[in-house]
Design a protein around this ligand. Structure first.
Ligand SMILES: CCCCC/C=C/C(=O)SCCNC(=O)CCNC(=O)[C@H](O)C(C)(C)COP(=O)(O)OP(=O)(O)OC[C@H]1O[C@@H](n2cnc3c(N)ncnc32)[C@H](O)[C@@H]1OP(=O)(O)O
Ligand code: NDP
Length: 295
C-alpha cells in the first residue's frame, strides 16, 4: 500500500482530526475571514468540517448543518476545544426545502447575516449503473443536485432581499470523464456544475458569486462507505498517484470565498491530482476488459 497509512486502513480512521486541522500550517493571513459569516452544509465531517476549522482560524463565524445532530455537536465541541471558537449547529436534511429555508433563516438571524455558503453535504454509493434502482438514483440525485439547489436558492433569495452580496462554493466531484460505478453522482454533480455556471451569470448583478470545487479522491471518513477492496487502490487513479487531504479542499474553498476570489464566478476549481486528465477509481473493482490498461 503506497499512500494509504496501514493504521488508518485497519482502524478505518480516515482523514485529518480536528486537532490536526487546528495546528495545520496555512497559506492564509490569520485574519483573512475576520467578520465573515459562513454556513457550511456537511460541516460535521470531512471536507466541511475541515473548512469550518480553517474558517474559524481565519476569524470567521460559522454554522454547520447536516442530518446527524450528534455528529454536528461532536464536531462543534472538538472545534471549540481545539480553536476556542464556538460554532453553531443545525440538524436538517438538504433534501427538504422547508428545512433548508428554516436553517437559512436561522443562519441569517443567529450570525447576524451571511456572507458565504459552502455546500459540502452530499454522498453516493458505488454501483454499476445498469443495476441502479429508481430509489437509489433518486436518493443520490435528490441529495447532491436537488439538495444543493435548495441551499443555493435559499441563500440567494435572502441576499437579494437584503440587498447584500454573497458567495457560494459547491463541492462536487471530478466528472470530466464521467465516474464509472458512480454514474448517478456524476450526473448529479454535472448538474450542479452547470447550475453554478448558469446562476453565476444571472446572479452577478446581485453581487452573488457562485463556484464549484471538484475534489479528487480525498482522505475523509466518508471513505468508510466504500468497499475495503477499493480502499487499497484509492489514490492511484490520478497522475499524482496519491490521495489528497481535507486541508487541500478547505484552502481551495477559502480561496474562492475570500477576497482572493472576488473576481471569480462560474468557475470549476479542480483539486484532484490531475484526475480529470487520467486515472479511474473503479470503486467496485477493475472490470476484466479494463485490466492492464492503466485507465
Ligand atoms: C464516486 C467515487 C469516488 C470515490 C471516492 C468518493 C468518496 C466519497 O464521496 S465519500 C464522501 C461522501 N459520503 C458518502 O457517500 C456517505 C453518505 N452517503 C449517503 O448518505 C448515501 O449514499 C445516499 C447519498 C444515497 C443517501 O442515502 P440515504 O439517506 O440512505 O438515502 P435513502 O434512504 O433516501 O435511499 C437509500 C436508497 O439508496 C440506495 N442505496 C443507498 N446506499 C446504497 C448502497 N450502499 N448500495 C446500494 N444501494 C444503496 C438504495 O436503493 C436505498 O434504498 P433501500 O435499499 O430501500 O434502502
Ligand atoms: N472524499 C472524497 O474522495 C470525495 C468526496 N466527494 C464529495 O465531497 C462532499 C464531502 O464529502 P466528504 O467530506 O468526503 O465526506 P463526508 O461523508 O464526511 O461528508 C458528507 C457530509 O454530508 C452530510 N450529508 C449527507 N447527506 C446529507 C443530507 N441529505 N442533508 C444534510 N447533510 C447531509 C453528511 O452528514 P450526515 O450524514 O450527518 O448528514 C456528511 O457530514 C460530498 O458531497 C462527497 O460526495 C466527491 C468526490 C470525492
Amino acid at each position: 500500500m503506497t499512500d494509504i497509512r496501514t493504521e488508518r486502513m485497519e482502524k478505518r480512521l480516515w482523514g485529518l482530526s480536528v486537532p490536526d486541522l487546528a495546528a495545520h500550517p496555512t497559506v492564509y493571513a490569520p485574519d483573512l475571514l475576520k467578520g465573515q459569516r459562513l454556513l457550511i452544509s456537511g460541516g460535521g465531517s470531512g471536507m466541511g468540517r475541515a473548512t469550518a476549522v480553517l474558517a474559524v482560524r481565519l476569524g470567521a463565524e460559522v454554522m454547520i448543518c447536516g442530518r446527524d445532530g450528534e455528529k454536528l455537536d461532536r464536531a462543534a465541541e472538538e472545534i471549540e476545544r481545539a480553536t476556542g471558537a464556538r460554532i453553531l449547529t443545525r440538524a436538517m436534511t438538504i433534501r427538504d426545502p422547508e428545512q433548508v429555508s428554516a436553517v437559512m433563516d436561522d443562519a441569517f438571524d443567529e450570525l447576524g447575516g451571511l456572507d458565504a455558503l459552502v455546500n459540502s453535504a452530499g454522498g453516493q454509493f458505488p454501483i454499476e449503473a445498469i443495476d441502479l434502482t429508481p430509489k437509489g438514483w433518486n436518493a443520490v440525485v435528490d441529495t447532491n443536485l436537488n439538495g444543493t439547489w435548495h441551499m443555493m436558492q435559499a441563500a440567494a433569495r435572502r441576499w437579494r432581499d437584503a440587498g447584500v452580496p454573497g458567495s457560494i462554493v459547491n463541492i462536487v466531484a471530478t466528472i470530466d470523464r464521467g465516474i464509472p460505478h458512480s454514474a448517478h453522482t456524476a450526473a448529479a454533480r454535472a448538474g450542479v456544475v452547470y447550475l453554478s455556471k448558469s446562476v453565476a451569470v444571472e446572479w452577478a448583478p446581485l453581487g452573488i458569486r457562485v463556484n464549484a470545487l471538484a475534489p479528487g479522491t480525498i482522505e475523509t471518513e466518508g471513505l468508510n462507505n466504500y468497499p475495503p477492496a477499493m480502499l487499497s487502490r484509492l489514490g492511484q487513479g490520478n497522475p499524482m498517484r496519491r490521495m489528497g487531504d481535507t486541508w487541500d479542499i478547505a484552502e481551495g474553498v477559502v480561496y474562492l470565498t475570500a477576497s482572493s476570489g472576488k473576481f471569480v464566478t462560474g468557475e470549476l476549481l479542480q483539486i484532484n491530482g490531475g484526475m480529470h486528465l487520467w486515472g479511474t477509481n473503479w470503486p467496485l473493482g477493475v472490470p476484466e476488459s479494463f485490466r492492464g490498461t492503466g485507465g
